[in-house]
Design a protein around this ligand. Structure first.
Ligand code: GLC
Length: 467
């Protein structure tokens, strides 16, 4: 990739720091300087990859979390991260979950052709000059925009907001126009990747119980799914037991392939949908993002489209439908039947972040967080509660602690005034990183790291938590 403006900028800042300061006054190595070094290492100039080798592209929610960390020391670079995501926005408003890096080589130097896996160009709304995925990810974009804005004085903040407002409105409009076809106020997701929690139990249990294609079941029975494992690139970087199983990974790629065959045309997809789930994490993040969008519009004295204002209000009033009075917790639900998907996961705590709960409900969620049998092991917060049959302390999104979900929970706790809980979680999260490094995820029982090292959002959110 040609050297970018921002590369040069970062370099000149670095050189300046080195040449202006006498040696002994150089920044000592702290958690923060180490975190910045991780982000610099993963910086591809215009965007930041989640981690070297395993994740060579730009991911939507990763980049939002990354920019939330970067804003503390390089506001221009944080803005660039967001502009780069928006370059991949489709003309119907969708912000894809991946913007593909055109030049990626594997460890033997062979060019990877991930753009042919997605073939976003099959869809007429996709951008002409850039390849992307054909689905989205949790809409945390508005949060990143506001957090970056917090670091500016009003005139600059206004310019910043103005530069992203039309794209943000188009994204939220798309979310409701396409993903809330019954105008319920809750959006539906069509692939577990859209939730960001790839192999999370509620989705995987649907997949295993009803939707696993016959040929994948047969492969699993005959144990031939292991052959697929030979072609998986992620297991070159982390052991298979820390990733999703071969069957699950194969099934997720199979769904992606079906979408591609339908050219990412939502109507064609939804007519034969394998999954159509109103996901709790996604909708919690959307509810919060809506309030940021309203705040941005107000600051700019701009009107939001009336249908969008209606949808936003509806989300606030119908969110409570995800509450299950029998289990006393929130669940994702099936889009068509409204059946709650009763496998508890970290999603159960995400409504704290949404900000649309009553304090009473928030208290119930905090009790789950306090219980050492549920979400309160030695190193909280596990992505699946300890008392779940799905719990596996190193199993990707089926047990490990992830720093981004901790960050969302900390924020939610503060919103509802649980400051002591928030402080404690903030401290244990930073302790985990200080002790073991910037890993992708951690074992909630022992604190031991898992997944890959030098993971960008772990570094970025550590910086944010320290500030
Ligand atoms: C995995 C995670 C997802 C993340 C992506 C890139 O797919 O499940 O949340 O965005 O990796 O880090």
């Amino acid at each position: 990739m040609p050297e970018s403006k921002s590369d040069k900028q970062t370099e000149s800042v670095a050189t300046k720091e080195i040449s202006d300061e006498p040696d002994q006054r150089q920044e000592p190595e702290t958690l923060e300087t180490r975190a910045k070094a991780v982000l610099k290492n993963n910086d591809k100039g215009l965007f930041t990859i989640p981690a070297e080798g395993i994740y060579p592209h730009q991911w939507l929610w990763d980049s939002c979390f990354i920019s939330i960390g970067m804003r503390h020391y390089d506001i221009e670079r944080a803005k660039l991260e967001i502009f780069s995501i928006l370059k991949g926005q489709w003309s119907n408003g969708m912000v894809p979950h991946m913007v593909l890096n055109p030049i990626v080589r594997d460890d033997r130097g062979k060019r990877l052709r991930d753009s042919r896996v997605w073939r976003s160009w099959l869809n007429p709304y996709s951008p002409d000059d850039i390849s992307t995925s054909g689905i989205t990810q949790p809409p945390i974009l508005a949060e990143a925009i506001v957090r970056i804005g917090e670091k500016m004085r009003w005139p600059e903040r206004r310019t910043w907001y103005k530069s992203v407002f039309p794209a943000l409105v188009a994204y939220h409009k798309w979310l409701y126009d396409e993903r809330d076809p019954h105008q319920e106020g809750l959006t539906l997701q069509i692939h577990p990747w859209e939730t960001g929690l790839d192999n999370t139990p509620p989705w995987m249990s649907e997949l295993h119980d009803h939707l696993l294609p016959f040929w994948i079941r047969s492969l699993r029975k005959t144990r031939l799914d292991v052959v697929f494992g030979w072609f998986r690139s992620d297991v070159k970087y982390a052991p298979l037991e820390q990733r999703e199983s071969n069957t699950d990974a194969l099934a997720l790629y199979d769904i992606q392939r079906r979408f591609r065959r339908k050219q990412y045309d939502f109507d064609r997809i939804i007519n034969h949908s394998l999954f159509a789930i109103e996901d709790l994490t996604f909708n919690s993040i959307l509810a919060r993002a809506n309030s940021h969008l309203v705040e941005i519009a107000r600051a700019l004295r701009e009107e939001l489209p009336p249908e969008l204002v209606e949808s936003i209000k509806k989300t606030e009033s119908t969110f409570e439908q995800l509450w299950d009075p029998i289990s006393n917790e929130y669940f994702s639900r099936d889009f068509v039947t409204h059946r709650p998907l009763k496998q508890t996961s970290i999603a159960a705590l995400m409504p704290l972040y949404s900000g649309v709960l009553t304090k009473d409900r928030a208290e119930i969620l905090v009790k789950m967080l306090e219980s050492e049998h549920i979400f309160g092991p030695a190193y909280p917060v596990p992505s699946v509660p300890l008392n779940s049959p799905w719990f596996n302390p190193v199993g990707y999104w089926q047990g490990p602690v992830w720093i981004n979900t901790n960050w969302l929970i900390i924020d939610g706790l503060r919103r509802y005034g649980f400051n002591k809980h928030a402080d404690a979680l903030q401290e244990s999260t930073l302790e985990l990183i200080e002790k073991y490094g910037f890993y992708e995820y951690f074992n909630p029982l022992t604190g031991e790291p898992a997944g890959v090292d030098n993971f960008s959002w772990t570094a970025a959110l550590a910086i944010d938590l320290m500030h």
